[in-house]
Design a protein around this ligand. Structure first.
Ligand code: DX5
Ligand code: ZN
Length: 219
């Protein structure tokens, strides 16, 4: 199985010091997770293409963009163009996920499907070959610092079975409440990419926090 990847979420960083916050996770992060929120898909607003481009320009690790926005078909390719490694859009906001995934791949980026708390995974299990990542929210999307919902790992288990039995190459990513006390359960359910905001940027030593999370995911 895949080596676990840790993706610190900048949502919990100090937005007044983005360059040094990117630097603080340095080479220890596998991906840098960037949460784009538009105040419509979720009741919170973060950043858009100009700021994400500035982050891409200073990050030494690939950017994992998580678009919590309406109408991703209109905006997602812009993130591919500014250099994002992976662009995840929400299934709930897109009536043609396969079409958008193909457009993202044609633009040279990885395509990700994000599944919010109340959305079942079953309707998407037949299209896994179109995606490079599937992000299972383990909270309701919108804010950092929420409590992990263990029941949502059932979706990770279904996805893991479908992926492995279909021989699809795909990262199973979890996002929300991932910390030292929850990451092992997520890994055991089948996740192999882990977003962590509070658990990394809330730590005194974010690089050390990443190493600790990775060790727990590997165990
Ligand atoms: C929230 C975002 C998450 C957020 C996770 O909707 O998608 O990436 O940063 O934060 P924690 O790890 O604190 O739950
Ligand atoms: Zn996220």
């Amino acid at each position: 199985s895949n080596r676990p990847l840790i993706a610190p979420s900048l949502l919990s960083a100090d937005f007044a010091r983005l360059a040094s916050e990117v630097e603080r996770v340095g080479d220890d992060a596998d991906w840098l997770h960037v949460d784009v929120m538009d105040n419509h898909f979720v009741p919170n607003l973060t950043m858009g293409p100009p700021i994400v481009k500035a982050i891409a320009d200073v990050s030494r690790v690939p950017l994992d963009c998580h678009l919590m926005i309406e109408d991703p078909k209109r905006w997602a390719l812009g993130y591919a163009e500014l250099g994002a490694y992976n662009v995840s859009f929400h299934a709930e906001a897109c009536d043609d996920p396969v079409g958008l995934a193909r457009d993202l791949r044609a633009a040279g980026t990885k395509a990700g499907l994000a599944i919010d708390r109340d959305t079942p995974i079953e309707p998407y299990l037949g299209m896994l070959g179109e995606f490079d990542t599937v992000l299972i929210m383990t909270i309701k999307a919108g804010f950092g610092g929420q409590a992990f919902i263990p029941e949502l790992l059932d979706k990770v288990r279904l996805l893991r079975n479908a992926r492995d039995s279909g021989h699809v190459e795909l990262r199973i990513e979890v996002d929300g409440g991932i910390a030292v006390d929850t990451i092992a359960a997520a890994a055991e359910a089948g996740a192999d990419a882990f977003v962590a905001g509070t658990a990394v940027y809330g730590a005194d030593d974010p690089a050390e926090a990443i190493r600790r999370l990775r060790a727990l995911a590997e165990a």
